[in-house]
Design a protein around this ligand. Structure first.
Ligand code: DP6
Length: 327
């Protein structure tokens, strides 16, 4: 039997300037550029096997065979890779998520990035990371950024070719860490795909969001290159606040915040006012992620231990880009 096999490991990322809304939902072209931090510890390992003997694509997530109806996004990535390399058979995908749902972090970014990497590793050449980023994007927008380590910029572009991510600085060049306060680890009620679509369609604030984010991009790039934690934190916090203001101003309006989300925001402000510099960011769910420098990780953690259980606090550091071996 004629088999081709590939493997990839990709890490999750958290956006500092958020992606929130598409101009093309088939190609996943975003309305604005976004900038993220790739995280260590949390990653997805994926093996893709192509064989002329298979009669359908199969996807095993944590050893469970997934329902083919839930494979739409996986298929989009697979089809694009197969097309590029002129392959006509089917694939077996075996994916292991090392992103505990209890960590309150999404796994779609690392999952789709690892899938794109493993599929290309099986059929072609993985040296063109921008191209891997384009394939990952077809599975989930934020996945385009998980191809790279450190701080990453996703150029919104205007077509498949021009919309991809690239690294701004590597993981060892930035002092930026994240303490997640896990407020609710269950799956989100309004998935980001739907939340951003509804917001873009109905919030009168949406055009302002796009404009303000695109304007903040060069400022964030400069702040990252200078390792200017204060500026990075201020821009990230403002981006998150603006994103959540678009959900509140959508119609019908909604929010991802839980009561404890507001409590955590207030605590971040309190801690910052007491002289320990930290900033919050929040994604499409109630969990609050606190950005801080290495010297303050323990202080930040100890402070939040007064208000939340120890298991609710998860520390992450800058992580590396995609790898094609397990080590
Ligand atoms: C709030 O990448 O999950 O985390 O492209 O529809 O799959 P799709 O959306 P997704 O959205 C992420 C939204 C966010 C912000 C961000 O990661 O930039």
């Amino acid at each position: 039997m004629n088999k081709k096999q590939g493997f990839a490991r990709a890490h999750t990322n958290i956006a500092l300037l958020k992606y929130w809304g598409k101009v093309d939902s088939d190609l996943i072209l975003p309305a604005n550029d976004s900038i993220s931090l790739t995280l260590d510890k949390f990653y997805t390992d994926t093996k893709v096997t192509f064989s002329d003997d298979y009669t359908s694509d199969r996807f095993y997530l944590n050893r469970h065979l997934m329902n083919p109806k839930k494979m739409q996004r996986v298929n989009r990535v697979l089809e694009a890779v197969k097309n590029e390399f002129g392959y006509q058979g089917y694939a077996k995908i075996e994916s292991e998520n090392h992103v505990p749902t209890s960590a309150g972090l999404a796994s779609s970014a690392s999952g789709m990035a690892a899938l794109a990497g493993a599929a290309v590793d099986a059929l072609g050449d993985v040296s063109d990371l921008n191209n891997l980023s384009r394939f990952a994007r077809l599975g989930s927008g934020s996945a385009s950024r998980s191809i790279f380590g450190g701080i990453v910029h996703w150029h919104r572009g205007y077509d498949h070719q021009s919309s991809f991510a690239e690294q701004i600085v590597a993981e060892d060049e930035i002092d930026l860490n994240m303490v997640t306060i896990v407020i609710d680890h269950r799956k989100k009620k309004i998935k980001s795909t739907l939340g951003m679509q509804h917001t873009a369609e109905t919030s009168p604030f949406y055009p302002a969001w796009v404009e303000a984010t695109n304007q903040a991009v060069p400022e964030m790039i400069a702040a990252v290159k200078e390792n200017n934690f204060t500026k990075i934190g201020e821009l990230a916090e403002h981006s998150a606040s603006m994103m959540h203001a678009t959900t509140l101003s959508s119609n019908p309006s909604f929010t991802y915040f839980a009561p404890e989300t507001i409590q955590a925001i207030k605590l971040v402000e309190q801690l910052r006012n007491s002289g320990i510099e930290c900033y919050y960011t929040i994604d499409a769910g109630p969990n609050v992620k606190v950005l801080c420098q290495s010297k303050n990780i323990t202080r930040v953690r100890d402070f939040f231990k007064n208000y939340f259980a120890e298991e609710q606090l998860v520390v992450a550091k800058p992580g590396s880009g995609i790898k094609f071996t397990k080590n």
